[in-house]
Design a protein around this ligand. Structure first.
Ligand SMILES: *Cc1c(COP(=O)(O)O)cnc(C)c1O
Length: 460
């Protein structure tokens, strides 16, 4: 989490007259633990009022994270807020629901029917990435030792468009991050660029199903086939991990014929964020390995469970059980049909919004047609404003739309991105398209007309 620096000061918050005791309101110290407490209702109001300045999560089009759930789901989460996921012995039914979720995901991602796929819940895809990366590193090390080859300086191959969790994994666990540059032809990793970066020290290739930059799916099947050929020709035998943080809950429902999952023998493990298109509030993620051999035993710790032991794989110990329960709820509540309907609605909205922005201008679409429901557009050349200025202007209308540069090699291009999620339908999209249109006109007017000012350099 954010690293906060301590500031010693006497700042205080003022409670409102309604909460006065004996006619006096008490200042509440802001940065020190108060000496005395206050009634729950007063503390509630103080905290509640502080949070008024947070943006509205539903209008936060920057986030992939679920911002709407049924009331019943929220009730269940509140009922489970006090359950610690790690206490398998005390809360065996929560553990059982986690087991069922892993089974459902293994099946959804086509794990071999009797292959004993193994998986676990995590706090999100980032933790899942650390676990999957560690499994790859340990397997590589074991193979190297068995072959009597040096096991230092491991590397991992991935596109420069990967989410930061993979750079984090590499730095924290001492693996060289081989970031493959993306280029004008593809905004993500390709089979050719992936194998060109592999060698004997490559622990794995990470393929992303749903790039965070433009939503595009990386060609997992092509990458796997190229690695098959590399191994068959005497080159290194490199496993694939699929980072399906978003796509793991989209592709199975909307693109069932796309080969990206355990149907490809080379795919050793998959992660996904339950709290993104898995339709659960933050934080829950999932990691699944195709077979026990893909997960070295040395990484597994046992906890007590019903008089015996249960194997666990996690970075943290205590963690709330509510999100896992909510994931199981969502699976039951929606079923395959429900997930398909929700994701299709999001894809339809994204398609409509993208067309509408391009039609009304001045935007051009960035990224491939196939992917997660994300709309990424660049401001056309010759405009007197850039993506950052437009993002800023839209913020004043309560719309949170991030502007950012594309990954290295394409980073002279800045884009605006809208993540279309459950709860952002055609009505809101229509309002957003109208707001963008109005702000474009306003920015042009303020700058004295189209093309009046040469576009300033970007500040990344
Ligand atoms: C969001 C995301 C992550 C990180 O996932 P968290 O669940 O937020 O930890 C990793 N990879 C991709 C492709 C993502 O979209």
């Amino acid at each position: 989490m954010a690293l906060h620096r301590h500031a010693a000061d006497d700042d205080s918050l003022q409670t409102r007259p309604q909460f006065a005791e004996h006619g006096e309101t008490h200042p509440v110290p802001k940065n020190r633990l108060p000496e005395r407490g206050m009634p729950a209702s007063v503390a509630y109001e103080v905290v509640h009022d502080e949070l008024l300045l947070d943006g509205s999560s539903r209008l936060n089009l920057a986030t992939f994270v679920t911002t709407w759930m049924d009331r019943e789901a929220r009730d269940l989460m509140a009922e489970c807020a006090d359950k610690n996921m790690i206490d398998k012995d005390e809360y065996p039914q929560t553990a059982e629901l986690e087991r069922r979720c892993v089974g459902m995901l293994a099946e959804l991602w086509h794990a071999p029917a009797h292959g004993h796929a193994t998986g676990c819940s995590t706090t999100g895809s980032s933790e899942a990435a650390m676990l999957a990366g560690l499994a790859l590193k340990w397997r590589w090390r074991d193979r190297r030792r068995a072959a009597g080859a040096p096991d230092d300086r491991p590397n991992m191959v991935m596109g420069a468009n990967v989410q930061v969790c993979w750079e984090k994994f590499c730095r924290y666990f001492d693996v060289e991050a081989r970031l493959v540059p993306v280029g004008p032809d593809a905004t993500h990793l390709t089979a050719e660029t992936a194998i060109a970066h592999c060698d004997d020290r490559t622990i794995g290739v990470v393929a992303v199903l749903g790039s965070t930059y433009d939503g595009s799916y990386e060609p997992v099947a092509d990458i796997a086939a190229a690695l098959d050929r590399l191994a068959a020709s005497g080159g290194p035998d490199v496993p694939v991990h699929v980072d399906a943080a978003s796509g793991g809950f989209v592709a199975p429902f909307l693109d069932p014929d796309l080969l990206w999952d355990f149907r490809l023998d080379r795919v050793a493990s998959i992660n996904a964020s339950g709290h993104k298109y898995g339709l659960v509030y933050p934080g829950v993620g999932w990691a699944v390995w195709r077979e026990p051999a893909a997960l070295p035993e040395g990484l597994v710790f046992d906890v007590d469970y019903l008089g015996g032991h249960m194997p666990t794989f996690a970075l943290n110990f205590s963690r709330p059980g509510a999100q896992v329960v909510a994931q199981y709820y969502s699976f039951l509540r929606l079923g395959r049909q429900g997930y398909r309907a929700v994701q299709q609605a999001a894809r339809d909205t994204a398609g409509w919004l993208s067309d509408e922005l391009v039609r009304r201008g001045p935007f051009r679409r960035v990224g491939a047609e196939l992917g997660i429901p994300v709309v990424t557009v660049a401001v056309a050349d010759g405009e007197p404003f850039d993506a950052y200025e437009l993002s800023e202007a839209l913020r004043a209308r309560n719309w949170l739309l991030p502007a950012y540069p594309m990954p290295p090699a394409l980073d002279d291009m800045s884009v605006l991105r809208v993540v279309v999620r459950n709860g952002f339908g055609r009505d809101l999209a229509t309002m957003l398209a109208g707001a963008v249109h109005d702000e474009v006109a306003e920015l042009r007017r303020r700058h004295g007309g189209q093309g009046a000012r040469h576009r300033a350099g970007f500040h990344h």
